[in-house]
Each structure stands twice: as C-alpha cells, then as structure tokens.
Design a protein around this ligand. Structure first.
Ligand SMILES: NC(=O)c1ccc[n+]([C@@H]2O[C@H](COP(=O)([O-])OP(=O)(O)OC[C@H]3O[C@@H](n4cnc5c(N)ncnc54)[C@H](O)[C@@H]3O)[C@@H](O)[C@H]2O)c1
Ligand SMILES: [Zn+2]
Length: 433
C-alpha cells in the first residue's frame, strides 16, 4: 500500500518504528478466569471498579465472586463517572484510600471505568495530586516514580481500547478541557476481552463506541508514515510513531470486521457473531492506533466533547450535557478524511472498500470515503453533524482553538494542518447529510 507523503521539511529521515504489544486474553468465557489471573500475581485483596450502568447488568459482581475461589477478597466500587472528570476521579481515589489497602485492581466496564481504575492505581501507588500527572500544559506531566499494582482490564464496550493503552482520559471541569495522563506504567497488566460482556450494550453506546473503533483504525491507517519523521535518538522514541507495516495490518483487519458486523451489532444487539467481530475489531484497532497514533478527528473530538452545552444522547445515564467520546470523534471524520485524501489517495480508497465491500474497489475520489462514513453514520443513528449536538457557525473559532491545543495528535496528520484548515472542516461538519 502506498505510503502517505509529507510536506514537512526534515533533516535525516527516520528508519525505525516500534511496536509495543499488550498482554491479551480474548474470547467467550475469558472473564471467568480473572480470579486465576489475579492469583498469579499474588493478589489477596482487589478493588473492582465499575459504573452504575454496568453494575446493573450484574457482570462486575460475577467477576468479583469468582475471586473468592482463589482466596482473593473483592470490594466493588460502582461509582465511576461515565466520561470521568477530575472530580469524579478524585472521589474514586478517595474511596480506594478509605476502603484500602488493595494489592490489585480490576476494571469491569467501558473506557470510563477502565480509566478510573488507572487513576486509582496511579494515585494509590504514587504520591502527589492527580494534577501533577496530567499532561502539560494542563497539568505538570510528572512521571510516576513507583511501579503500579496489577490491573486487570475487562471491557464491556467494544470501542476505546483503553484496556490495552497507556492513557487515562478525563475532563478537567474548571478549565472545560478534556485531557489525559499518559505513561507506559498506566497500561493494564492484562486485558481480558470477553465479547459476551458486550451483548447488553444499548444501541447508542454500541454505535458511539463502534465509531471510536472505526476512527482509531482509519486515523492510524492514514497517519503520517513513520519514515517522514526526523530520525529520533533512542531515548526520544514515543509510543506513537506514525503508520507502519505492523500497525497497518491491524487497522486493515479492524476495518474488514467493522464492514461485516457494525450495522448488525447496533440493530441486532444479541447477534453474538457480530458482537464477537466488534470486540475483535476494537482489539485490533487498539493494536494499530496504540502504535501509529490518531490525528484530526480525535483532535477535533476533544473540544466537541469539552464544550458541549445542551445535548444529551439517549442510552447514556443522567441528563448532563455530553457528547460521548466515540460520537465526538466521528462527527468531523468525513470532512477530515476529505482533507487528508490527497496525502494518500490509495489508502483512503482501500479503507472505503474494506468498510463497504459492496463498493467496487477500482476508482473513486476524495468524496468516496466520506460517503461511506456518512452512509454508515446515518444507518446507526449518529447525529447529523456538530449542528445536531448543539454547535453553530459562531462556535467554529472556539472549536478550532480547542483542536489546535492537541498538537501531539495533529503532528500525526499526513498533511500539515493549521487553524485555517480546521475551520472549514468544522464548518462543513455542521450538517453532514
Ligand atoms: N484510555 C484510553 O485509551 C481511551 C481511549 C478512547 C476513549 N477513552 C475514554 O473512554 C470513555 C468512553 O468509554 P466507552 O465508550 O467505552 O463507554 P463508557 O465506559 O463511557 O460507557 C458508556 C455507557 O455504556 C454503559 N455500558 C457499558 N458497557 C455496557 C454493557 N455491556 N451493558 C450495558 N451498559 C453498558 C455504561 O454504563 C455507560 O452508561 C471516555 O471517557 C473516553 O474519553 C479512553
Ligand atoms: Zn478514541
């Protein structure tokens, strides 16, 4: 597959890419083995972290109960906030401090529960405040000095890939900004992916978290090719090194699975084969983007989620304004990929035919991939653009300013991208069809 070109000047070209693989256990029934897995780490008292919605399915309790057979006492905390904030994470950390000590953690839930467990683990093994570890410029970007305790991550959504990543995402309420903590020590010890646990996801959660998978795969597949970066010194190597032959392989597989099963998983939630494919797609996309990186749709998703005013989607708890992560990254994706098309036309067209195998694989234009995405988004009930989640023309400057803060992500874009490029992308995304 042709490599995305870069217009950036460079001194000496990169010749090396890296690949970090998480430890995985995948398959129907995998979540019944968590007690055994923890016992292998010598755990005797574990905190199970989940949210109220997932707790209502009974899944976290089931995971907690089997730990007893291995002599592990389990305490369940079901207070993770859906799309965590600095305040909700602090409350979770306080709970763990009061109810602790724990020598292991288990997250059972979507990205929100898994990220909350990562923050609890960090703050119960290292001193200071949450803000010390949050990425600069919002926080101090401090690295944890001590190793973390074992964390088993058991996802119940097919989406974020948080079970395998080194990242923990949160909203800093006082600054109205979504940011994160990012360090290799945050990566869960083992990701236990049991597709059976995803069957109870409501349709809108399936749709939003599935769009997250799709954007992870597409953004990493179209990311700047690794040799277009300047040569790094060994100590400068970062987890995100641009698209490369290994990440490509996983992204392509993820897109084929999405093409076959995404619509079915949303419309027929009890279709086990579709749920299995979606869980596998999330895992594969995670293995791709965890190394290649993501770009414009994710950079734009941060201010869309952070500055929402009146919108609240069905199937999500409470009534506070929110644009779920997967929805927020999808809303500007069609226009973002229209913009990146010229950097690697073959990749955009190949992605379109993987996502929609009924499309003929020959020919196509900058409009082809956006059309495939819009068709899918309409079918699965994603809102019609950022206008449908409450933004208008007068918000565009503000959204651009927020996206420009995500320079780490924008640096992965296969074309140089400025505020003047982002403004028309947001404007054309006010209404998608
Ligand atoms: N750490 C990372 O690498 C990373 C990557 C992407 C996104 N994120 C973060 O993850 C969060 C989003 O996570 P998510 O999309 O997985 O969803 P989520 O954890 O926010 O859950 C969404 C809703 O679905 C419900 N739910 C989840 N699984 C269910 C099930 N099996 N049955 C019934 N209900 C279920 C939850 O109770 C909740 O109400 C955001 O905060 C986002 O920023 C993190
Ligand atoms: Zn994402």
């Amino acid at each position: 597959m042709a490599r995305p070109q870069s217009s950036r000047p460079r001194t000496s070209a990169e010749t090396v890419f890296t690949y970090g693989a998480p430890q995985l256990k995948f398959g129907s029934g995998a979540s019944d083995e968590v007690g055994y897995d923890l016992s292998q780490h010598g755990a005797s008292r574990a905190l199970v972290v989940t949210d109220a919605g997932v707790a209502a399915t009974g899944l976290p309790q089931r995971v907690a109960e089997q730990m007893g057979r291995f002599g592990i006492e389990a305490v369940v905390f079901d207070g993770a906030h859906v799309e965590p904030t600095d305040e909700s994470m602090q409350q979770a950390v306080d709970f763990a401090r009061d109810a602790g000590p724990f020598d292991a953690f288990v997250a059972v839930g979507g990205g929100s529960s898994i990220d909350t467990a990562k923050a609890i683990n960090l703050m119960s093994t290292n001193d200071g405040e949450l803000m010390d570890y949050i990425n600069v410029p919002v926080g101090k970007g401090r690295s944890p000095a001590n190793p973390l305790k074992p964390l088993v991550a058991v996802p119940t959504t097919a989406g974020t890939g948080s079970e395998s990543t080194t990242v923990c995402v949160l909203d800093v309420l006082s600054l109205r900004v979504k940011t994160g903590i990012s360090h290799p020590r945050l990566r869960p010890t083992i990701a236990v992916i049991d597709p059976d646990l995803t069957v109870t996801q409501p349709p809108n959660v399936t749709a939003a978290s599935g769009m997250d998978i799709l954007c992870h795969a597409l953004e990493s597949y179209t990311a700047r090719w690794y040799t277009t970066y300047d040569r790094k010194q060994p100590e400068q190597r970062v987890p995100y090194c641009g698209s490369n032959p290994i990440a490509d392989m996983w992204s392509e597989k993820a897109m084929s699975l999405l093409g076959a099963s995404f619509r079915r998983a949303v419309h027929h939630g009890d279709d086990r084969e579709a749920r299995h494919d979606m869980a596998l797609a999330a895992t594969f996309a995670g293995m791709g983007f965890g190394n290649a990186g993501v770009h414009i749709p994710h950079a734009n998703g941060y201010p869309i989620a952070g500055r929402v005013r009146g919108f609240h989607p069905d199937d999500y708890p409470g009534d506070e304004p929110m644009v779920p992560h997967g929805m927020s990254v999808s809303l500007t994706a069609p226009e973002a990929f229209r913009f990146t098309f010229e950097a690697a036309p073959e990749r955009h067209l190949r992605a379109a035919s993987l996502l929609d195998p009924s499309r003929s694989s020959s020919g196509g234009s900058a409009d082809t991939l956006p059309a495939v995405l819009i068709d899918l988004m309409r079918d699965i009930g994603i809102p019609n653009g950022i206008g449908a989640v409450g933004f208008d023309e007068s918000d565009v400057d503000d959204l651009v300013e927020g996206a420009l803060k995500q320079q780490r992500l924008l640096a992965t874009c296969p074309r140089e991208v400025t505020g003047e490029d982002l403004a028309p992308i947001f404007r054309s995304s006010l209404e998608l069809w």
